[in-house]
Ligand binder design. Structure first.
Ligand SMILES: Cc1cc2nc3c(=O)[nH]c(=O)nc-3n(C[C@H](O)[C@H](O)[C@H](O)COP(=O)(O)OP(=O)(O)OC[C@H]3O[C@@H](n4cnc5c(N)ncnc54)[C@H](O)[C@@H]3O)c2cc1C
Length: 434
């Protein structure tokens, strides 16, 4: 039951122009917040909007949970809008309330407290940490890192000290590990387990991964790569006491933080019979297999893509806001995103494929003394991927060139040194003569 794009454009117009009197949004996270910010600027917005969020506070900047845990920022910095802003904009905000079921036929949602009819429904339920299916995962002392409550719990753990093991050497795992370590100020030993052979193996090549490992270890973190989790060890009273690896090693752990990927929150949609695969399937107007139900953010799947960064979600929001205002224009198109790590003092920037394909030309620059490293992947003189470690100032320029598909073959020898050198090279008299 996969919706077709043409069908969608036509019936989206029909369904939204007449019907979006009452819009209900499930989940008051980052996607929902951005969507209502866009809707309230339009005179064609749905007359009545109800937002239902299970967290007890209005949507906040989830990205800043990492600096919050590290103690680099405070809770106030995470605030996006206070509850009164919703009321001032004619939005009913129901917080601390979980939606339990959707009835697409009767067009209502059932929450813990009420039944609400909708004309259009948006699922913006995000995702949850992906829990490894190993023995002991249910023990006390095993935590995720997803919301404000988790950040508070981890902050308290860091203050108390002990041994924390973070499962996952990707972006989130490293931000959690560094945050815990920084908060613990020496009282908490922190180990990171990475299943792959190097850290952030979805974004970095082996060389940059090794540089990152070295930097983190020099700061005091214990990093174990190629570490396959076998199970968690019970202290005999239902709490975690350690982590067992497949190679027989055992690490002591008073707390374990699971940050090894995310699972889209698509249960409501599945139970309601909407088409789901790895997440809730949507077409290019973010419409699910039901004409009045949309999904966006980490709970949705567009073609074969699911989402874990805000950049593509912001583009989804622009599309959906227009659709809900009865003005569907161009649909959502998948585009590459760049990655940064939010660990103070560590600069890295990456986009595109990690491994070079057979037809890629690889350009590398490495300065072991300063710890700087740059690697570009080119195809036919066009940048397809970059990994920058140490000095990342040129990252956005490389990304822009890649998005533009700019042919940089003429400046190949200057490329690793960035925009100024490339432009100087291209404008040099010898080049002009050539
Ligand atoms: C620690 C951390 C750091 C991050 N750093 C970055 C970064 O640097 N850059 C980046 O691009 N992205 C980052 N992300 C990812 C980014 O935060 C997410 O991509 C973004 O929040 C997704 O928005 P969303 O609205 O889809 O989901 P969420 O923001 O998770 O919101 C979903 C909301 O729905 C609620 N909900 C779920 N089910 C129900 C229900 N049945 N009833 C009611 N409410 C429900 C949830 O409680 C939640 O509040 C980070 C994430 C975390 C956790």
């Amino acid at each position: 039951m996969r919706p077709s794009s043409q069908q969608s454009t036509q019936s989206t117009r029909e369904s939204t122009r007449e019907r979006t009197r009452h819009l209900v949004i499930v989940g008051n996270g980052m996607a929902c917040h951005r969507l209502i910010e866009a809707l309230v600027t339009s005179p064609a917005r749905p007359a009545h909007i109800t937002v239902i969020g299970e967290e007890p506070v209005p949507a906040y900047n989830r990205i800043l949970l990492s600096p919050l845990l590290a103690g680099d920022t405070d809770c106030a910095a995470l605030t996006l809008r206070e509850a009164h802003w919703y009321a001032e904009h004619g939005i009913t905000l129901r917080l601390g309330e979980r939606v339990l079921a959707i009835d697409p036929g009767k067009k209502h949602v059932v929450t813990e407290r009420a039944r609400l009819d909708f004309d259009a429904l948006v699922l913006a339920t995000g995702s949850t940490p992906a829990w490894p299916t190993v023995p002991g995962i249910e023990l006390q002392g095993v935590h995720g890192f997803r919301d404000l409550e988790d950040a508070k719990t981890l902050t308290e753990i860091a203050r108390r000290g002990g041994q924390a093991v973070v499962i996952g050497g990707g972006l989130l795992g490293l931000e959690a590990a560094q945050g815990l370590y920084q908060r613990g100020r020496g009282a908490l030993s922190v180990s990171v387990l990475q299943r792959g052979e190097h850290l952030m193996n979805r974004q970095l090549d082996a060389h940059a991964g090794a540089l990152l490992k070295k930097t983190l270890e020099a700061r005091g973190l214990n990093v174990h790569t190629g570490a396959r989790l076998a199970g968690l060890i019970d202290d005999g009273q239902g709490a975690v006491a350690g982590v067992a690896l497949e190679d027989g090693r055992v690490l002591e752990a008073s707390h374990v933080v699971v940050a090894a990927g995310i699972t889209p929150n698509d249960l409501l949609a599945r139970r309601a019979g909407l088409a789901c695969d790895r997440a809730v399937r949507v077409d290019h107007h973010l419409r699910t297999s039901h004409p009045a139900i949309y999904a966006l953010g980490e709970c949705c799947q567009f073609e074969e893509h699911t989402f874990g960064l805000v950049e593509p979600i912001w583009r989804q929001v622009e599309v959906l806001a227009r659709v809900l205002c009865g003005e569907p224009g161009a649909g959502y198109v998948e585009a590459p995103s760049a990655t940064r790590l939010k660990v103070s003092g560590i600069e890295l920037y990456a986009f595109g494929p990690v491994e070079a394909a057979i037809d890629h030309e690889v350009l590398r620059y490495s300065d072991p003394e300063s710890g700087e490293y740059r690697r570009l992947l080119l195809k036919d003189g066009r940048i397809e991927g970059a990994v920058l470690y140490g000095d990342t100032a040129q990252g956005p320029w490389y990304f822009h060139q890649a998005q533009q598909g700019a042919d940089l073959s003429a400046a190949r020898s200057a490329l690793l040194f960035g925009q100024a050198d490339v432009e100087a090279f291209l404008n040099s008299p010898t080049q002009e003569a050539a």
